[in-house]
Each structure stands twice: as C-alpha cells, then as structure tokens.
Design a protein around this ligand. Structure first.
Ligand SMILES: Cc1ncc(COP(=O)(O)O)c(C=O)c1O
Length: 423
C-alpha cells in the first residue's frame, strides 16, 4: 500500500479520531527474555558454535520431555524437519529410492489443504503428488470425512500429511482411525501448535513422525530452527545422519544415501534453550489476546477461529471469520483484491488495509493449496456435498495482530479500527 492510499484511509470519516500506532503492532514477533544471551554466550565462550553442543542436546531433551515423545532431533528449520519426516515416511512405505529419485516417486499423499506451503512442498521434493483434503469448520483442519472419501477414490495412498492450523489441534482421533484402517502413516506438522494439547496430549505426538518449528514468528523461537519428533531410536539416528550429509562410518567421506546439511546450530539451540522456560507464559499471553478479541467483537457479525472442546490450543494466532451475510462485495485475483465498501459490511481486504494504514500487521488466512498456482492441477477432495470449506475460510477470514507484546490498550484500538470497517 502506498502513502497516498494510506492517507485516504486515515482521513476517511469512518476512522475520524483514530491515530496510527507510533510503533508497528506485529502479527507475531520474537520475544526475547535475556536468558537466550547466556546460552548463546556459553556456546561462543566454549567454542561450540557449530552443529554439536550442549545447547542442542538440552533442547532436544527438553522438547522430547515436554511433548512426551522419545526423540526430538534438532534441525535447521521446520521445513527441513518436514522434508526429512516425509522422506523417511516414504522410505518406510516404498523402500530406498534411486539416487536421482525421491522416496515418494510416483506416489500420492493426502495433505492438509489450508496451510502454509512448507507443510506440503516436501511431498514434491520427494517426487510425490499432493492430493489436497478439504477443511472442516470446527477446527479449520483436515476434514476426516473428506479424508475418508479420498481413500475411496485413491485406495492405494499410504501417507497423510496433516497440520494444526494457527495452533489449534485437528481431529486427530478420527484421522488416526482412518489412517490405521488404510495402513497409512501420518506426518504431523505441529510447526504452529507447539505446546497445544489434544485430549490431554501434546501435538506432535499423534503422527508416526512429528515436526515443530522455532521460526521467528512461532510461539517460541530460536531465530529459526525445527525438530523432528519420533519414538524410534533407529528413525532418530537416521534423521541425524541424513541431516549431516549421510556420512557412512568409513575412514573417508563415503555416502551410501543422499545427505543434507540440515542440522541445527548450537547457537540457534542456545536461543531456543533460553526461550523454552517461557513457552507457557507466551501461550497464556496469546490466550488472553484471543479472549480480548472475542469479547471485543461480540457486537460484530464475526466469529473467532474455532477450536474443539477436547483440545487446548496454544493460541498462536487469533483469527476472525466474517459472517457470510456481512461480507461486502469482493473479488480476489491471483495478485490483487478489490472490494466495494457497504454499511454494516466488510471483508478481509478492507480490514487488512485499514490495519496496515494504522501501522498494524494482519494477514490473510493461508491461501488453500488447491487454489495455489503451483498446485491447481492437483486433486482436491471435499466432503460428499462438495462444499469447499478451505476457499470459504480464505474468503471470509483473516489473522489478527497477535503479538504477545501487544498491550490491552493497543488491542482495544485494533478492535475499534475493525469496528469502524463495518460502519
Ligand atoms: C504450518 C507450518 N508448517 C511448516 C512451517 C515451516 O517452518 P520453518 O519456517 O521453521 O521452516 C511453518 C512456518 O514457518 C508453518 O506455519
């Protein structure tokens, strides 16, 4: 948005009396507490700055303990963790591939449709084809009914890649039941949901392999970083080996398998080590933000992103969904959106533009994978009734500024700006 467009919004009578934030209100930014410095310094002072060291050992131990799995393998990013999880799942299902092929070569995998593309890209890295499964409206995650239907169309599929959107656990009991009935493995992308629980158990525990992320915008961060979660010593050892270029135990550099440079650095692990004690505090702050929005929007034709009674999200991002009847006329192309303002109505584009003009960061809902130019030709499976829930949530929803450092006063101003969008 250029300065003229911003000015036009700020000077519009609907926003009279409101001033922009002097300092930007972020969607979700890192929050350092000081302890991180100690562990980073420790790595530097002891010269353990590479991909071996006490910080890595400690964060792997802590993450496994907290999540309740046997092994957590520290990697450079959540995307790297997803890649190795999906590669390993493919190898378990179809055996070792040729050097120039992926482990999913020529095979399909059922994937969450409404997510960040990092969830599903590794299926392509491994030569597989993602088949996208629609979203259910109760948690905005993979719809078990659509998944069930997908197995009737593609009965040979053996891999499910599922994400927990915005920190809200999906319907894992149903997904697990369906996976088991079809002998399929699950890779669980808990990148956004670290610390969330489903039926009393931490997310990251429900797949055959799990993944968390410490990306800068996540509930806690290492500036970057990710982990693969598993319960098999053999799997953990294999992923560690793959992540450090797959060196054989030979006296020279010898390789029997493809390797990657994906291991976590001990400096990044130092930041994560300093953040770990604050996970619950961040979750509590994010929950308070969600509750304040929910209260503040009670008189608007909107709802908050939903969660099921049997789960406790980590409340990573607060999102809102505009009632269909309160959507103003809007059109979204691949690169731009248009809308026509109407009294009592609004749309995500109008709200996001208003937030931006006032120096606050919101974000559209993840554009569903089946609508992405890169994946449009892939199959998309909805429920029997054919409703495209992903597209509907994308059309009517948006992510609200959810930074854990937002003050109640700042949040009230955000709530007021959004009220004015419906004038
Ligand atoms: C759902 C989801 N999966 C995977 C990732 C990738 O994690 P990373 O950024 O650590 O590579 C992210 C976010 O970044 C994400 O939101």
């Amino acid at each position: 948005m250029n300065d003229l467009e911003k000015k036009a919004i700020l000077s519009h009578p609907d926003f009279a009396g409101l001033t922009p934030f002097a300092n930007k209100i972020w969607l979700s930014s890192p929050t350092m507490h000081g302890d991180e410095q100690k562990w980073v310094d420790d790595a530097i002072l002891t010269n353990w700055v590479s991909t071996i060291g006490e910080n890595i050992n400690e964060v792997e131990r802590k993450a496994a303990e907290l999540i309740g799995c046997k092994y957590a393998v520290g990697l450079g990013t959540g995307t790297a963790a997803l890649h190795l999880a999906i590669r390993l799942a493919g190898e378990k299902l179809y055996g070792q591939p040729k050097a120039n092929e992926g482990t999913l070569q020529g095979h399909k995998a059922f994937c969450t449709d409404m997510t960040f593309d990092a969830t599903v890209n590794p299926v392509a890295y491994e030569g597989g084809e993602a088949v996208f499964i629609d979203t259910e409206p109760e948690t905005w995650n993979m719809d078990p009914a659509a998944l069930e239907r997908a197995f009737t169309i593609y009965p040979d599929v053996k891999l499910i890649v599922i994400a927990h959107l915005y920190g809200v656990p999906g319907k894992m009991a149903e997904i697990r039941r369906i996976a088991d009935a079809h002998g399929a493995l699950i890779v669980e992308d808990a990148a956004e949901s670290f610390g969330a629980t489903y039926r009393g158990k931490q997310t990251g525990n429900f797949g055959d392999l799990g993944v968390i992320s410490f990306n800068g915008n996540k509930i806690i961060t290492g500036s970057c970083g990710g982990m693969l979660l598993c319960n098999s010593e053999e799997d953990a050892a294999k992923v560690r080996k793959w992540s450090t270029q797959s060196r054989d135990a030979a006296p020279w550099y010898q390789h029997s398998e493809l390797g990657y440079n994906y291991r976590m650095s001990n400096i990044v692990a130092g930041v994560i080590r300093g953040q770990m004690p604050y996970l619950q505090a961040h979750i509590a702050q994010k929950k308070a933000i969600y509750e304040r929005y929910r209260e503040g929007f009670q008189d608007l034709p909107v709802s908050m992103n939903p969660y099921a009674a049997d789960s406790e999200p980590n409340w990573w991002l607060s999102c809102m969904l505009i009632d269909d009847a309160a959507m103003c006329e809007t059109k979204r192309g691949d690169f731009a959106a248009e809308f026509t303002s109407a009294p009592g109505k609004s749309c995500p584009t109008e709200i996001l533009q208003a937030l931006e003009a006032f120096n606050a960061e919101g974000r559209p809902i993840w554009k569903p994978m089946h609508l992405q130019p890169i994946y449009r030709a892939h199959p998309f499976i909805a429920r029997e009734d054919g409703a495209d829930v992903s597209a509907d949530v994308f059309r009517r929803g948006l992510c609200l500024p959810s930074d854990n450092k937002i003050t109640p006063d700042q949040q009230d101003r955000i709530i007021e700006i959004i009220h004015r969008c419906f004038r």
